[in-house]
Design a protein around this ligand. Structure first.
Ligand SMILES: [Zn+2]
Length: 264
């Protein structure tokens, strides 16, 4: 079964790959950005309507400020590198949701959610920017699309047209597994180790370019790794690089990130 799935992925990937402009890495793509953004918006609105959004107070304000700073830094990053900005069609939103979960995500299209349960771990605005940089990097590096495409191929689904995507139960379920929306959809499809390292790498650069000291990332990831077993956040740490390996890699990335650091 596994071999059949693999063969399917290989045959599909021959004609359905895109190269990410930032990483230069070729990725399986069975869904267009437009299709994915339409689907994201539907699932995002549904998520907000069934969760408590924190709209006022210092934390909600900080969340929006950090998000706006990181988004602006990404636009500048694309401009400075002379590559097409994949976020031009994003309609950024940064919402804080009241939940004990230690979690955050960014859907394609720039819909970012931070859970209040993350804030005791971030402890400061800079660490929140490190997390947001990481989550937004997953989106701009096309990881959600790649995971969704891989799972569609594994389930024998071909490319799905725009009209069908939002209503096709299988593709909606895969999307929800990618973003961990609701336990009723089944297990979360984790990011690969490669994706995690890419998100750490470019997330650190984006946070630094947004004016946040990337050196605080080491302390933040150490706090994350010290969370108790029951509290281990799935999106950040399941099937992720080991904590030690991640922190070591982040130390190695620091000289590069510091080149982008523009203190405000
Ligand atoms: Zn991640």
């Amino acid at each position: 079964m596994r071999i059949i799935a693999l063969a399917l992925i290989l045959s599909v990937s021959l004609f359905a790959c895109v190269t990410n402009a930032i990483t230069g890495r070729s990725q399986l793509s069975l869904v267009s950005d437009g299709e994915l953004q339409t689907m994201s918006l539907t699932q995002y609105k549904q998520f907000l309507s069934t969760n408590k959004v924190v709209t006022t107070g210092v934390n909600a304000e900080m969340n929006k400020r950090v998000g706006a700073n990181v988004a602006a830094a990404i636009a500048k990053y694309y401009a400075d590198k002379g590559i097409a900005n994949s976020t031009v069609k994003y309609d950024w939103e940064f919402n804080l949701v009241d939940s004990k979960e230690v979690n955050a995500w960014c859907m394609p299209g720039g819909k970012v959610v931070v859970y209040t349960g993350l804030l005791p771990v971030t402890q400061n605005e800079t660490a929140l920017a490190i997390v947001m940089g990481h989550e937004i990097a997953h989106a701009v590096l096309g990881h959600g699309k790649e995971r969704m495409s891989q799972e569609m191929a594994a389930q024998g689904l071909g490319a799905i047209g725009n009209a069908a995507l939002g209503t096709d139960t299988k593709s909606v379920n895969i999307f929800n597994q990618v973003y961990g929306l609701g336990a009723e959809y089944g297990a979360l499809l984790p990011n690969s180790r490669k994706m995690e390292l890419e998100a750490d790498h470019f997330g650190l650069i984006f946070a630094a370019a947004a004016g946040y000291d990337p050196r605080l990332a080491v302390d933040f990831w150490t706090r994350m790794s010290n969370l108790g077993g029951g509290q281990k956040p799935p999106v950040f740490l399941s099937d992720h690089p080991s904590d030690e390996q991640r922190i070591q890699k982040i130390r190695e990335l620091m000289p590069e990130a510091m080149q982008y650091y523009r203190p405000k």
